[in-house]
Design a binder for this molecule. Sequence first.
Ligand code: 5AD
Ligand code: SF4
Length: 483
Amino acid sequence: MKDRTTIPTREAAGTASVSPAGSNARKVFVKTYGCQMNVYDSQRMTDSLAEQGYVATETPEEADLVLLNTCHIREKASEKLYSALGRLRKLKDERAADGREMLIGVAGCVAQAEGEEIIRRAPSVDLVIGPQTYHRLPEALTRVGRGEKVVETEYAIEDKFEHLPAPKKERVRSRGVSAFLTVQEGCDKFCTFCVVPYTRGSEISRPVSQIVAEAEKLAAGGVRELTLLGQNVNAWHGEGEDGREWGLGELLFRLAEIPGIARLRYTTSHPRDMDDALIAAHRDLDMLMPYLHLPVQAGSDRILKAMNRRHTAADYLRLVERIRAARPDIALSGDFIVGFPGETAEDFEATMRLVREVDYAQAYSFKYSPRPGTPGADLLDHVDEAVKDERLQRLQALLTGQQQAFQAGMIGRTMDVLLEKPGRLPGQMVGRSPWLLPVIVGENPGEIGDIIDVRIIATGTNSLVAEAVAAESASMALDSINA
Ligand code: 5AD
Ligand code: SF4
């Protein structure tokens, strides 16, 4: 069974692309698992490898280097790594039999969490590199080239934003008009179920000057929509250009001034860090899109306490009320965990009540999965798997219903859409609505990067179908002339 209520639109698995160099260049295949931060990191690693003469390829079969950028958030996510490594070992052996070498690298959160253990369990792996040490990737590969097995997971806190080179203009262009930008990494919240504070380390904010410089580079490369990333993005803070302490709200206002940037988003947030300035940004900054991912995880105060969320269900509901008062059309999205140790039927009903009360436009829900090293894993009263399944099913049915109602409510509405890529049929384009849903628009509505007005005429599976408003009024005008 799928453990998500929807196929996530922005959480992508796939390859990052690099423009071709010479035909005998070494080829790299990067596979990304997990969250948007990994998507961003994969792009950065691909950029850095391009500087080393690597060209991206779409299949592991033709790659000289296969890099798996892994996720450790739930058990299922890390198991995927070992099954992928099993398949790659066979490929590596076949290649070796042909006298060609294939290197295997493991990056991301499993790399950070398991380190050398990965090479012990999968000896065909040549390189293990954690997210805080990606700037050492070129040097690590040189060592691998000399025949060493390399494990790079140790870092000093100052290393964290010692990042890979900023993307070149042409490379930004090839990526499209909507880009991620990491502003914050790590987490100090220590929710008792979560590995992030261990894999991504303690919370650290990137300085304003670095963020602005990268945003300007992206804008110059044609990017129109920026999504600020952080495991706890709304905990971002730093010294502003005016010498005052800024929070994410102030940062968003600053980024809104960059010519070319038309839309801003951020993800993912903790309810405790939604401060007044950020809520004010939702009220006063039109460029900040009316969509907020605000995980609550559970609706029972007892479970929230056991999870160390440090807020109650009522706190969350009050916060939602304040955000909606500031931006009435905001769409809310959430994350939920069912079957945390000790969760009773009554606790679960409290989650269902909270969901009914909030009414989510989008949500991700998971069965609790004990992660080694987290306090939750040491709790004794684990919930039966069958009970978890049943609860997840009920919760997902409720969330799916809300999501469908939200999408159906879009029919007949006019909205602006940022055109991102060509659609499947000739003349079609795929864009994104302010509420994050992809929108398919027919009849050559404009160029990639244009923001156009459309009217929604139907819903697809997690997408909307629209017609361009200007095109429609033109055709209506023609009709009236012909009549
Ligand atoms: N088990 C199940 N779900 C988890 N998440 C994080 N850790 C776990 C775990 N151990 C979920 C949370 C988080 C999302 C990214 O993944 O809902 O918000
Ligand atoms: Fe994990 Fe909690 Fe930090 Fe989110 S806030 S990354 S769930 S510890």
